[in-house]
Design a binder for this molecule. Structure first.
Ligand SMILES: N[C@@H](CCC(=O)N[C@@H](CS)C(=O)NCC(=O)O)C(=O)O
Length: 209
């Protein structure tokens, strides 16, 4: 297996952490997003959406999108389970993974891509250019603040984001929390449950993947 990656970007970090939790070590190919390598014909031939991560299997099949990569890996390498085992656990993992992605990760991305000069005309991923909308950066900040409340409340009820067991939702949420530092946002000091959980995440070997 081969993972098309970019060390500094949050989305491929999710895939790296998932792979590490499964004990898998694919060949890593860096796609230098700062140098717009994702827009070069060689990479577009692998992923026409111009995004990383991409997992390429030994037979050449390419899988894009974190959720699809996770679904493949979970089916091919069931241990340890990261997408739940019982019907309800599986639902809770996807429920909280979606919330961490849409309310956390994408809110931070909204701030960064609409506010940082490095993303001028690159407010949305893909081959088309989109202008930044500064109001979206402002709105994103408010959304991130709301997400801290959601996450704190959830982690006050359960040790992990989707319940009693570590899983994909923890990966997405911890990547969102760490990504927020890039736009100088962090959960307030009062979020003691997030702090307790984040320390547990940091202690896992996959955290540094
Ligand atoms: N929904 C995709 C999102 C992938 C994504 O947005 N990747 C970003 C890096 S975090 C990217 O490739 N950006 C390319 C660009 O900025 O043009 C997934 O979860 O895999």
């Amino acid at each position: 297996m081969k993972l098309y990656d970019y060390t500094m970007a949050p989305s491929p970090r999710r895939a790296r952490m998932f792979l590490a939790e499964k004990g898998l070590e694919p060949e890593i190919v860096q796609v230098d997003l700062r140098a717009s390598a994702q827009l070069k014909p060689e990479f577009l031939a692998i992923n026409p959406q111009a995004t990383v991560p991409v997992l390429v299997l030994d037979d050449g099949q390419a899988i894009t999108e974190n959720l699809a990569i996770a679904a493949y890996l979970e089916a091919a390498y069931p241990e340890p389970p990261l997408l739940g085992t019982t019907p309800l656990e599986k639902a809770r993992v996807l429920q909280w993974n979606s919330r961490a992605e849409f309310e956390g990760l994408l809110a931070v991305a909204e701030v960064l891509r609409n506010g940082h000069p490095a993303f001028a005309k690159r407010a949305i991923t893909g081959t088309d250019d989109y202008e930044q909308i500064p109001q979206l950066a402002e709105r994103g900040r408010a959304r991130v603040g709301r997400f801290w409340g959601v996450l704190e409340q959830r982690l006050a009820q359960s040790p992990f984001v989707s319940g009693e067991r570590f899983g994909m939702a923890d990966i997405t949420a911890v990547v969102a929390v760490d990504f927020a530092k890039v736009v100088r946002l962090a959960p307030p000091e009062s979020c003691t449950s997030i702090r307790r959980w984040h320390e547990a995440m940091r202690a896992r070997p996959s955290y540094g993947a």
